[in-house]
Design a protein around this ligand. Sequence first.
Ligand SMILES: [Zn+2]
Length: 151
Amino acid sequence: MKVLDLRCAHDHRFEGWFASEEEAQSQIARDLVQCPVCGDHAVTRLPSAPRLNLSGATAPKGAAKPAQQAATAAAPATLQALYMKAVKQVLAQTEDVGERFAEEARRMHYDEAPERGIRGSASPEEVQALAEEGIETFPLIVPDALKQTAH
Ligand SMILES: [Zn+2]
Protein backbone atom coordinates (compact mmCIF):
# COMPACT_ATOMS: atom_id res chain seq x y z
CA MET A 1 0.00 0.00 0.00
CA LYS A 2 1.37 3.37 -1.07
CA VAL A 3 0.00 6.54 0.48
CA LEU A 4 0.78 9.75 -1.36
CA ASP A 5 0.11 13.37 -0.63
CA LEU A 6 -1.71 14.84 -3.60
CA ARG A 7 -2.92 18.26 -4.63
CA CYS A 8 -5.49 19.35 -7.19
CA ALA A 9 -5.41 22.49 -9.36
CA HIS A 10 -7.48 24.30 -6.71
CA ASP A 11 -4.89 23.57 -4.06
CA HIS A 12 -6.93 21.01 -2.18
CA ARG A 13 -4.57 18.58 -0.54
CA PHE A 14 -5.54 15.01 0.10
CA GLU A 15 -4.15 11.53 0.46
CA GLY A 16 -4.25 8.99 -2.33
CA TRP A 17 -3.99 5.29 -1.56
CA PHE A 18 -2.48 3.06 -4.21
CA ALA A 19 -1.41 -0.54 -4.54
CA SER A 20 2.10 0.49 -5.54
CA GLU A 21 4.29 3.35 -6.74
CA GLU A 22 3.78 2.29 -10.38
CA GLU A 23 0.03 2.13 -9.88
CA ALA A 24 0.05 5.64 -8.42
CA GLN A 25 2.01 7.12 -11.31
CA SER A 26 -0.14 5.31 -13.86
CA GLN A 27 -3.44 6.43 -12.31
CA ILE A 28 -2.32 10.05 -11.94
CA ALA A 29 -1.01 10.09 -15.53
CA ARG A 30 -4.33 8.73 -16.85
CA ASP A 31 -6.38 11.26 -14.83
CA LEU A 32 -7.99 8.45 -12.83
CA VAL A 33 -7.33 10.22 -9.56
CA GLN A 34 -9.95 12.72 -8.50
CA CYS A 35 -9.90 15.43 -5.85
CA PRO A 36 -12.41 14.42 -3.13
CA VAL A 37 -13.28 18.07 -2.52
CA CYS A 38 -13.95 19.47 -6.00
CA GLY A 39 -13.67 16.47 -8.31
CA ASP A 40 -10.73 17.91 -10.23
CA HIS A 41 -8.67 15.39 -12.17
CA ALA A 42 -5.64 17.68 -12.52
CA VAL A 43 -3.86 16.10 -9.61
CA THR A 44 -0.21 16.50 -8.83
CA ARG A 45 1.95 14.77 -6.29
CA LEU A 46 3.35 16.69 -3.41
CA PRO A 47 6.75 15.84 -2.12
CA SER A 48 6.31 13.57 0.87
CA ALA A 49 8.11 16.11 3.04
CA PRO A 50 4.88 17.60 4.56
CA ARG A 51 4.43 14.32 6.40
CA LEU A 52 7.60 15.07 8.32
CA ASN A 53 6.48 18.57 9.19
CA LEU A 54 5.43 17.85 12.76
CA SER A 55 4.39 21.44 13.44
CA GLY A 56 2.06 21.40 10.40
CA ALA A 57 -0.92 23.04 12.09
CA THR A 58 -2.56 23.96 8.78
CA ALA A 59 -2.20 20.55 7.15
CA PRO A 60 -5.71 19.47 6.09
CA LYS A 61 -6.27 16.05 7.56
CA GLY A 62 -8.79 13.38 6.79
CA ALA A 63 -10.22 14.92 3.62
CA ALA A 64 -9.76 11.73 1.66
CA LYS A 65 -10.56 9.27 4.44
CA PRO A 66 -13.32 6.80 3.56
CA ALA A 67 -15.53 7.97 6.39
CA GLN A 68 -18.78 7.17 4.59
CA GLN A 69 -17.99 3.49 4.33
CA ALA A 70 -17.31 3.28 8.04
CA ALA A 71 -20.56 5.07 8.84
CA THR A 72 -22.81 2.79 6.80
CA ALA A 73 -21.05 -0.29 8.12
CA ALA A 74 -21.56 0.84 11.69
CA ALA A 75 -25.23 1.72 11.41
CA PRO A 76 -26.83 -1.75 11.57
CA ALA A 77 -24.73 -2.71 14.59
CA THR A 78 -25.70 0.53 16.31
CA LEU A 79 -29.39 -0.02 15.61
CA GLN A 80 -29.14 -3.53 16.94
CA ALA A 81 -27.42 -2.28 20.08
CA LEU A 82 -30.17 0.31 20.58
CA TYR A 83 -32.84 -2.32 20.12
CA MET A 84 -31.13 -4.70 22.55
CA LYS A 85 -30.96 -1.88 25.07
CA ALA A 86 -34.64 -1.06 24.62
CA VAL A 87 -35.64 -4.71 25.01
CA LYS A 88 -33.46 -5.06 28.11
CA GLN A 89 -35.22 -2.06 29.57
CA VAL A 90 -38.63 -3.57 28.87
CA LEU A 91 -37.53 -6.86 30.40
CA ALA A 92 -36.25 -5.07 33.49
CA GLN A 93 -39.43 -3.04 33.95
CA THR A 94 -42.06 -5.66 33.27
CA GLU A 95 -43.25 -8.72 35.15
CA ASP A 96 -43.13 -11.99 33.27
CA VAL A 97 -46.61 -13.50 33.52
CA GLY A 98 -45.99 -16.08 30.82
CA GLU A 99 -49.12 -17.85 29.57
CA ARG A 100 -51.36 -15.73 31.78
CA PHE A 101 -50.60 -12.59 29.76
CA ALA A 102 -54.09 -12.06 28.33
CA GLU A 103 -55.71 -12.84 31.66
CA GLU A 104 -53.45 -10.47 33.61
CA ALA A 105 -53.81 -7.69 31.02
CA ARG A 106 -57.58 -8.00 31.32
CA ARG A 107 -57.51 -7.99 35.13
CA MET A 108 -55.39 -4.83 35.10
CA HIS A 109 -57.73 -3.22 32.60
CA TYR A 110 -60.75 -3.91 34.82
CA ASP A 111 -58.91 -2.84 37.97
CA GLU A 112 -58.82 -6.35 39.39
CA ALA A 113 -55.03 -6.30 39.54
CA PRO A 114 -52.54 -3.50 40.20
CA GLU A 115 -51.50 -1.54 37.12
CA ARG A 116 -47.99 -2.54 36.05
CA GLY A 117 -45.91 -3.50 33.07
CA ILE A 118 -46.27 -7.13 32.14
CA ARG A 119 -44.98 -9.36 29.40
CA GLY A 120 -45.81 -12.87 28.37
CA SER A 121 -47.09 -14.92 25.51
CA ALA A 122 -50.42 -14.47 23.81
CA SER A 123 -51.95 -15.95 20.71
CA PRO A 124 -52.98 -13.65 17.85
CA GLU A 125 -56.62 -14.35 18.81
CA GLU A 126 -55.97 -13.25 22.38
CA VAL A 127 -54.22 -10.09 21.24
CA GLN A 128 -57.14 -9.37 18.90
CA ALA A 129 -59.66 -9.92 21.70
CA LEU A 130 -57.70 -7.63 24.03
CA ALA A 131 -57.61 -4.91 21.37
CA GLU A 132 -61.38 -5.14 20.97
CA GLU A 133 -61.72 -4.57 24.71
CA GLY A 134 -59.52 -1.50 24.40
CA ILE A 135 -56.42 -3.11 25.88
CA GLU A 136 -53.31 -2.09 24.00
CA THR A 137 -50.48 -4.58 23.63
CA PHE A 138 -47.43 -4.54 21.45
CA PRO A 139 -45.31 -7.36 20.09
CA LEU A 140 -41.92 -7.74 21.71
CA ILE A 141 -39.30 -9.74 19.90
CA VAL A 142 -36.65 -10.80 22.37
CA PRO A 143 -33.29 -11.54 20.73
CA ASP A 144 -31.84 -14.95 21.62
CA ALA A 145 -28.96 -13.29 23.43
CA LEU A 146 -31.40 -11.86 25.97
CA LYS A 147 -33.63 -14.87 26.44
CA GLN A 148 -31.65 -16.30 29.35
CA THR A 149 -32.28 -13.15 31.35
CA ALA A 150 -35.97 -13.08 30.46
CA HIS A 151 -36.91 -15.35 33.35
ZN1 LIG B 1 -9.87 20.07 -5.42
